[in-house]
Design a binder for this molecule. Structure first.
Ligand code: ZN
Ligand code: ZN
Length: 340
């Protein structure tokens, strides 16, 4: 595949996607000298790099998750500014995925490649919206790259949650959420929908939520579940409690009296996943593009070539082929069905 020639200067290696004329990696899976990090999720932001370039928010997230020593040095890269690195002009553009998430826009030799990291097009009140950047090569994720994945409008899903709370005023609503992004987005959407009661967090969700608040995302009154509190009886009756997905169904959750269990995730489109999660109120809320969003975005970039990574690569490559586009799977290692 030699059409645009971008693969001469940007290509996958065993450590991750490498930009040769800039001498840096993007979201490498192993420790490297210089890394540009698209966002703070664990399979993109790994510890041990000598130098990290990222948005200020992503740097703060990395420091909370892995300590200030997570990289030897951090350099903040503001949205919209262009930096010359080697012989590459680099810019970060919002990806709409979580707070601080960015696409990496690379220009070299008259060609432009965009490495989008993870992205979505749905509204998210906790981060800047996805910016469409026309390009020659678009590197896309494929987390939900199957036709079955069509995320519901998030407002409707939040309305279902609030309706259930109103209908079950004696029961605690226990919602599993991933701790970085989904947790804070769900809180904010509940606030925008008019819910102003207290929201309680499992201890594992507290630090990143506080960071969002420090970075200016107003989330209203947030309480923490006291680990010592047995919680039985009326303690959290009628309350909204958020916890990691694994806690919905473990010993920790037994403190709540007859809770309505829920999970907010793009996977809740799939009956098998709902059964596996064992929840009563599945909410289809995702921080990744669904199938139509992936296809629409790819077409809108006007990219001559599409490189696919991170998820259901084969299905997307196949579909793009049917649509007459050049597409290939990058086969990068180290990405998971992550934080979703
Ligand atoms: Zn992510
Ligand atoms: Zn990811």
């Amino acid at each position: 595949m030699a059409a645009t020639g971008v693969e001469r200067w940007l290509y996958p290696t065993e450590k991750g996607l490498y930009c040769e004329p800039g001498v840096f990696f993007i979201d490498p899976s192993r420790a490297v000298g210089r890394a540009i990090i698209t966002h703070g999720h664990g399979d993109h932001a790994r510890p041990g790099h000598a130098a990290v370039l990222a948005t200020p928010e992503t740097i703060e997230i990395m420091k909370v998750r892995m300590g200030p020593e997570g990289a030897r040095s951090f350099a903040a890269f503001e949205h919209g500014t262009v930096q010359r690195i080697g012989s590459v002009d680099v810019r970060l553009a919002p990806a709409g995925h979580i707070l601080g998430s960015a696409q990496v826009v690379l220009e070299h030799d008259g060609q432009r490649a965009v490495v989008s990291g993870d992205y979505k097009r749905q509204p998210d009140p906790t981060c800047a919206p996805f910016e469409l950047v026309p390009c020659d090569v678009f590197v896309t994720e494929a987390t939900f790259a199957l036709p079955v994945f069509r995320h519901e409008p998030p407002k409707g899903e939040v309305a279902r949650l609030l309706t259930s709370m109103a209908a079950n005023p004696e029961r605690t609503h226990l919602v599993g959420v991933y701790g970085l992004g989904k947790c804070q987005r769900l809180i904010k959407m509940c606030r925008q929908a008019g819910y102003d009661g207290p929201i309680y967090l499992h201890g594992a969700l507290v630090e990143l939520t506080k960071l969002y608040q420090r970075l200016g995302v107003d989330l209203g009154e947030i309480g923490h579940i006291d680990p010592a509190s047995p919680g039985k009886g009326k303690a959290y009756a009628g309350a909204l409690v958020l916890c990691p997905p694994s806690a919905v169904d473990d010993r920790w959750s037994r403190r709540f009296n007859d809770p309505v269990t829920s999970f907010a995730s793009g996977w809740m489109r799939i009956r098998g996943r709902i059964r596996q999660a064992g929840v009563e109120l599945p909410l289809v809320i995702s921080d990744h593009a669904d199938w139509p969003e992936l296809l629409d975005t790819i077409v809108a970039t006007g990219a001559e070539e599409v490189w696919v990574t991170h998820g259901r690569e084969d299905a997307l490559v196949y579909q793009l082929g049917l649509m007459g586009r050049k597409a290939r799977a990058l086969a990068l290692v180290g990405f998971e069905d992550e934080a979703e």
